[in-house]
Structures are given as structure tokens and as C-alpha cells.
Design a protein around this ligand. Structure first.
Ligand code: MG
Length: 212
């Protein structure tokens, strides 16, 4: 190796790195990050985007970052609504992202399961699973299925458990102040957490990701 030489300026370097190690991704929590926190959403029309979110996702799309939803959705396990309703909510979410900014999610993962001690009552979904955040199952599945490099990836969420997930999996954890984020920071919800970055909202999180 000739140490006097600068590293080769190869425009394919990132691509080669991606091919070898996987693509960087941005894992996105749903409620309080993409859509306005509204508790369990029984009516489709009650799922509405936080202002600026569609444009922020589009910025990630344009940058070639894999956008992956990872969401705990225990409504089916609690008997609040069928799994098909969660799928319909996600159809609406994708439609709103597209209509507002031509943005898209590259993949959607959600966990409909909940253990009986946590409140799971519907037999089909009442179980403990590695998919429920802050366990890493959804990220591991996404990385496996889409060839993602978790170490070069980001998780954006509004709960301490989202930051826990990021650190359990080995990616950067960003806490947004929308949704429950402000209450987490004030020590009034869940537990203390040490995010790699605190962002006012998803747009500010994306700004930080794009500068990283
Ligand atoms: Mg959330």
C-alpha cells in the first residue's frame, strides 16, 4: 500500500460499501413521529400527519436512505380492532405521505402482539415476541430481508423505548419532541433516556441525519 497517496476518489465507494455491508436505513416510529399522537386510532380519518413530516420523509427518499416503519400496534392483541384495521391505517398513512410530498416508506413492520401480563387478551396475538419494542426483532427482520446495515442506521422515535430499541440494536437513536417526546424529556413519561440526538420534530431529525 502506498501511504503517500490520497484514498481513491471512487464514486462507487458508497455503493460498494452498501453491497458489502448493507444499506443504511432510517427506522421510523409511527405515532407521535409521522402522525399526530391520538391514542388508539379507531377511525381512519383520525390518522393525520404531523406538519412537515411528508417533506422530511421525501428528503430521506431523495437521499436514497431506506425508510422503514417500525411500530408497536397492540390494538389487535387488546381486542380493540382487527389486524386488517392496522393495515388500513397504514394504507392511509402511505397515501397521505404520497399526496403531500410524493414520499414513500420502503417497508412497514409492526408488532400486533402483546403478552397477557401486558394486556394481551386475543388468543391469536397474546404472546411475548422479540418484535415488540424495545426488543430488536423488527429491525433484525428488516435488516435480514432488505440487506440493511444497522450500525450505519438511525431510529427516530418519541418514546424512551424507541431510543432503547436503537441502542439494543446498535444504531443511533433520535428522540423527537413531538408525540410523547417532550414528556419523556421532562421525566414525566416512561424513563430517563440518553438519545444520540434530540430533535424538535422529524424534519429536524432528518436534518441531523443528512449532516451525519
Ligand atoms: Mg410513538
Amino acid at each position: 500500500m502506498n501511504l503517500d497517496q490520497n484514498p481513491p476518489q471512487n464514486p462507487q465507494r458508497d455503493l460498494q460499501n452498501d453491497l458489502q455491508h448493507g444499506h443504511p436505513a432510517v427506522f421510523l416510529d409511527r405515532d407521535g413521529v409521522l402522525n399526530i399522537e391520538a391514542g388508539y386510532i379507531y377511525k381512519l380519518e383520525n390518522l393525520n400527519l404531523i406538519p412537515g413530516v411528508a417533506q422530511a420523509v421525501r428528503r430521506l427518499n431523495d437521499r436514497g436512505l431506506f425508510c422503514c416503519l417500525v411500530s408497536n400496534q397492540s390494538g389487535p392483541a387488546r381486542g380493540y380492532y382487527p389486524r386488517s384495521h392496522v393495515d388500513n391505517l397504514h394504507e392511509r398513512l402511505c397515501r397521505l405521505l404520497h399526496e403531500e410530498a410524493g414520499a414513500w416508506l420502503d417497508a412497514i413492520y409492526y408488532c400486533p402482539d402483546l403478552s397477557p401480563p401486558e394486556g394481551g387478551t386475543v388468543a391469536e396475538f397474546s404472546r411475548w415476541t422479540t418484535w415488540r419494542k424495545p426488543n430488536t426483532g423488527m429491525l433484525v427482520a428488516a435488516a435480514w430481508e432488505h440487506h440493511l446495515d444497522i450500525r450505519r442506521s438511525f431510529m427516530v422515535g418519541d418514546k424512551a423505548t424507541d431510543v432503547d430499541l436503537a441502542h439494543n440494536a446498535g444504531c443511533k437513536g433520535i428522540l423527537v419532541q413531538t408525540g410523547y417526546g417532550d414528556r419523556v424529556l421532562a421525566g414525566a413519561y416512561q424513563h430517563q433516556t440518553q438519545p444520540d440526538y434530540v430533535a424538535e420534530n422529524l424534519a429536524a431529525a432528518v436534518e441531523w441525519i443528512c449532516a451525519a
